[in-house]
Write a protein that binds this ligand. Structure first.
Ligand SMILES: [Zn+2]
Length: 463
């Protein structure tokens, strides 16, 4: 987050007074909170189905271990998906990859497609030799152990997404962000097929399983300050998760439509520049700026709620760091806890998420007052979704270029993603702090509010 000088505050206040509420025509279809892109929310295991026989694809340089097996099986499964869908959607036959290669990044290294694998903690596709290669030493086992098998599947599906692009004739000179966003989108299309139970080898649950995939995309995001049109850009976590969701929701035809213009219109990874200094919520002025931004974003007819440090008002789950108390019209804040999650992790150390996560949690509680005034229910999964949507809308009002006391800085929206992937995300929780069960649905609702920039969308779509 960035805070600006007093002059900017005055300017933005007068802007606010002359502005008018935006309304967008056309009623949005309400979203069913018990489903993820139309599928039931499930929490079962993800990965290879029990008792499945290995696909036994040859792996160049492999050690025959568990990780190579999992990776080769994932490749076989993704290829099965494309054998069906490349002809069906793009009217092309799918030719399997020429080579699968495994290496250990900690080893002496070998040359694959002209690149030395020594120290290369990565997975990649190389069109010249039509090879998909992966690091079995560090990348895949780390993702698998710390996140789950779905993370490993996602990496292989992404690389094969590049092979699909090559088969569809995407020019080699295409900007890297377009290639990467398409590959993430194709990954989403494959996972939809698995989630629908159509894969013979793999399964993925739409709750926990897709949370693993989104967490993997977060882990391998570009760091704050990489612009989307930078050479080699892969996208912020927000952009990567969005592309995955487009593929999951709309299928592979949508992915092929991703180009530079489309990305430019929605990318949250705007200007270069490093992340701003972390703003602490226990700073009085920061709290005042947050209050101002909320009052500007939502015009309440009644007295706006006040933010106070203190105990929750009895209706929230134990670990909620902020709570809205409808009776007293107060938002009670656990400032120590909020500062803890508002502090980014240091390399190799435990830490929280970052300032935006803390600010957005407080904003999410403020939206409950807005919902109350609008006559909406404050509890239940629809309220949780509406809360995420309205919090996304608030974020849109403090985006770069909208002069206010508080503005977003690079990396902030990725902190929102990280918050929404925690077990007790408050951004997507109802008045009692009960979080929407699927991370996928939390992020989708937040993005609806953010990208529409229209408060009304949240009320029509989530009712
Ligand atoms: Zn890639």
């Amino acid at each position: 987050m960035k805070r600006q000088s007093g002059w900017a505050i005055v300017a933005s206040l007068s802007l606010f007074l002359t502005g008018c509420a935006a309304t967008v025509g056309g009623a949005a279809q309400p979203v069913d909170p018990t489903r993820v892109a139309g599928l039931e929310i499930t929490d079962g295991p993800s990965g290879l189905k029990p008792g499945v026989r290995d696909a036994a694809l040859p792996v160049d340089g492999g050690d025959g271990g568990e990780i190579d097996n999992l990776a080769a099986n994932a490749v076989a499964d993704v290829q099965r998906y494309w054998r069906e869908h490349l002809p069906a959607v793009f009217n092309r036959d799918f030719r399997p990859l020429a080579t699968l290669a495994s290496y250990d990044s900690a080893g002496r290294g070998r040359v694959i497609c002209g690149a030395s694998t020594a120290g290369l903690v990565n997975a990649f596709y190389c069109a010249g030799e039509d090879v998909v290669a992966w690091d079995r030493g560090e990348l895949l086992p780390t993702l698998g152990d710390s996140i789950g098998s779905a993370a490993v599947m996602a990496v292989l599906a992404h690389e094969i997404g590049h092979a699909v692009q090559f088969r569809l004739g995407l020019p080699a000179a295409t900007p890297s962000i377009v290639k990467e966003q398409q590959a993430d989108c194709y990954t989403g299309a494959y996972f939809r097929w698995v989630a629908e139970g159509k894969s013979a080898m793999f399964q993925v649950s739409t709750g926990r399983g897709l949370n693993e995939v989104l967490t993997a995309l977060f882990r391998i995001r570009d760091s704050a300050g990489v612009a989307f049109d930078d050479d080699g850009a892969h996208g912020s976590a927000f952009d990567r998760v969005s592309a995955f969701q487009f593929g999951f929701t709309d299928g592979p035809a949508r992915c092929a439509m991703i180009d530079e213009r489309e990305i430019e219109g929605r990318s949250t990874q705007g200007g270069s520049g490093s992340a701003a200094a972390n703003v602490r919520l226990d700073d009085r002025e920061a709290l005042a700026d947050l209050t101002t931004s909320l009052r500007q974003a939502f015009r309440l007819a009644a007295t706006p709620p006040t933010l106070t440090a203190g105990a929750a008002c009895g209706v929230t789950t134990e670990d909620s760091l902020a709570s809205y108390c409808p009776e007293s019209n107060q938002i009670a804040l656990d400032l120590d806890g909020l500062v803890r999650i508002g502090t980014p992790p240091r390399r190799g150390r435990q830490g929280g998420i970052g300032d935006f996560a803390a600010f957005a949690e407080v904003a999410s509680r403020y939206t409950l007052a807005v919902q109350q005034e609008g006559g909406f229910r404050l509890d239940g999964p629809v309220a949780a979704q509406r809360t995420a949507c309205l919090t996304g809308y608030w974020a849109s009002t403090i985006a770069d270029g909208k002069r206010g006391s508080l503005t977003l800085s690079p990396g902030d929206l990725d902190e929102a993603i990280a918050e929404m992937l925690t077990r007790n995300s408050l951004i997507a929780a109802d008045v009692q702090g009960r979080t929407l069960p699927a991370g996928f649905a939390r992020v989708a609702a937040f993005r609806d509010g953010l990208s529409s920039g229209d408060q009304g969308t949240c009320g029509t779509k989530y009712r």
